[in-house]
Design a protein around this ligand. Structure first.
Ligand code: DAH
Length: 340
């Protein structure tokens, strides 16, 4: 019996060494220490022994039981520590991994799309981009552009004033003054930006809107250069078949001045409700820079001529994409952008 006991212990300890899972450990525990286990069987068989033998066997068997129980506990602790370590490893977040959440990709606003089309066509003609601040001096927005204080045409634009001398620019033409005062001519500029006017928002008005100014300053410029430039980018945006026409108009900063119409994008020029039966749609103002403006900005109007235009980017975007409410361009509603 003693031999058997020693064998049970030896084998159990050997098996314990190679145990890798809690399930294996439980199984071994049941087979040895369980109700029908090998060691329990021996303890039961002791009743048949003489009292002396029983005392000696009992002592030995108890020792084996205790040492095996301790060995089982030790292995259990080892397995638990290993499981904990694996759990922590699995839970570690590698912040450098790419995300798995499906974030919907953004879309470009129709304003950006149209702006880029016009800009790229103009860059093809040798223009470069230029920008100025949205909060502007009254001087750059009006006075330098041949709109002195009390000039009646200041009423053409309802202005958000910050104080007597500072305002939210009402048009990108304010950047003309900055460019003329700081850049060395000749130059060709395309100037995009947000502008602001006191306006009740409705389908065709927004107090914030986007304009794009074109300004060319050079020694020999004619009205034909202006018409050709406008024609080029209008065709780039609306296609080769679209026609442009110039109508005499008035702007203080250009002389002569013109309004640019394009053949109706809906009916192709035959006349429809969108163009009020005329076949034409107005998209911008333009003209040859008024010599007063050139002089006000410190250049010699005898030497330097200018030509300029100011496009309502929102208006062009609405025409091009068939958008019937300008406010949609500024509300940032993802459902609207997704449709484009
Ligand atoms: N600044 C004008 C406006 O906001 C648009 C404009 C007209 C700009 C004629 C120009 C121009 O440069 O030559 O209505």
């Amino acid at each position: 019996m003693l031999e058997e006991l020693a064998k049970i212990r030896e084998e159990a300890l050997k098996r314990l060494e190679s145990i890798e899972s809690e399930a294996e450990l439980t199984e071994l525990n049941v087979n040895i220490l369980g109700r029908n286990g090998a060691l329990t069987g021996i303890l039961r068989g002791m009743s048949k022994l003489s009292p002396d033998e029983r005392a000696a066997m009992g002592k030995e068997a108890n020792e084996v039981k205790q040492s095996l129980t301790a060995a089982f506990d030790e292995v259990k602790a080892r397995l638990e520590a290993k499981a904990e370590e694996e759990r922590i490893k699995a839970e570690t977040i590698d912040v450098t991994l790419p995300g798995v959440i499906d974030v919907p990709a953004g879309k470009l606003s129709p304003l950006t799309l149209v702006y880029r089309q016009i800009r790229d066509a103009l860059i093809g003609l040798g223009f470069t981009t230029y920008e100025g601040p949205e909060i502007e001096l009254d001087d750059n927005n009006f006075t330098k552009l041949n709109l002195p204080l009390n000039h009646p045409s200041r009423d053409m634009q309802d202005t958000f004033y910050v104080d007597d001398k500072v305002l939210l620019r009402t048009h990108t033409s304010a950047c003309e003054a900055r460019a003329l005062m700081t850049l060395e001519p000749p130059f060709r500029l395309v100037i995009p930006g947000r502008c602001f006017r006191v306006d009740e928002p409705d389908a065709s008005h927004s107090p914030i809107f986007m304009q794009m100014e074109g300004l060319v300053v050079d020694r020999n410029l004619t009205f034909a250069d202006l018409k050709g430039t406008i024609d080029t980018f209008v065709k780039a945006v609306f296609g080769e078949s679209v026609k442009t026409r110039l109508r005499p108009s008035y702007f203080p900063f250009t002389e002569p001045s013109a309004e640019v119409d394009i053949s109706c994008t809906i009916c192709g020029g035959r006349g429809c409700s969108s163009c009020k039966g005329t076949g034409w749609m107005e998209i911008m103002g333009c003209g040859m820079t008024n010599p007063h403006e050139i002089e006000n900005c410190g250049l010699d109007p005898q030497e330097w001529k200018g030509m300029a235009f100011g496009v309502g980017v929102d208006r062009v975007a609405c025409l091009k994409y068939g958008i019937n409410d300008i406010r949609l361009l500024y509300e940032g509603d993802a459902r609207f952008l997704r449709q484009l």
